[in-house]
Design a binder for this molecule. Structure first.
Ligand SMILES: [Zn+2]
Length: 209
């Protein structure tokens, strides 16, 4: 049975491929190019015509150099559902792990840019060190996070999404655990958004949203 997604995908892919009848063959003409660095463009997935995709993965046709912008759900289909190997332009096998890695790097890049524009340019050494820490591994102490309470809402939507995906709360050290205990209710609400569910459980915090 051909579902409606596959019907649209076949139509769209054949339009830009050399192969016009065999979907598997047409699909093998395409290589993974990467994640588009365009956070403000609201694009449509060219494979399924789904509107307003958040992340734009680019695929390129190895025979005619046609490009297609594909959403995150559809790019995943290239890595598993299609039952054929999917490669990038350098010949590396692309799997779901690679797509996740690229997305994380993309988030880091967006966040780095936002931080460079704001915190790192401030003359405040404290904020500079936080910006460095976020770029390094994203692990912040409760007190570092607390100090970003006013900065966070000023980020664009994509920046906030990136922040949530990159930043985690460091709570291994006793000193850090003590910091949690000293937060005001307001500060705790902010900081706990970035804690893992395990951490919240451990500290008896319920997520207020
Ligand atoms: Zn799609």
């Amino acid at each position: 049975m051909i579902n409606s997604w596959l019907k649209r995908a076949m139509e769209n892919l054949f339009k830009k491929s050399e192969e016009k009848e065999n979907f598997k063959k047409a699909r093998q003409e395409w290589l993974y190019k990467g994640l588009e660095d365009n956070q403000y463009c609201e694009a449509e997935c060219e494979l399924c015509n789904h509107e307003e995709i958040r992340y734009e993965y680019i695929i390129v046709n190895s025979l005619n150099n046609n490009l297609m912008v594909v959403g995150s759900e559809c790019i995943k289909k290239f890595t598993d559902d299609f039952k054929t190997d999917f490669y990038d332009i350098e010949g590396n096998l692309v799997n779901e792990k690679r797509l996740t890695k690229d997305k994380n790097e993309y988030f880091k890049k967006i966040l780095s840019e936002a931080l460079d524009k704001r915190l790192a340019n401030s003359n405040n050494a404290f904020y500079k060190s936080i910006a460095e820490q976020i770029k390094k591994d994203g692990k912040l102490t409760p007190n570092q996070l607390k100090s970003l309470h006013n900065f966070y809402p000023t980020l664009e939507e994509m920046g906030r999404r990136a922040f949530k995906s990159v930043v985690t709360v460091s709570l291994k050290k006793e000193r850090e655990q003590e910091q949690i205990a000293k937060l005001s209710q307001n500060e705790l609400e902010f900081v706990s958004q970035f804690m893992s569910s395990q951490q919240r459980k451990r500290f008896g915090i319920s997520l207020i949203k």
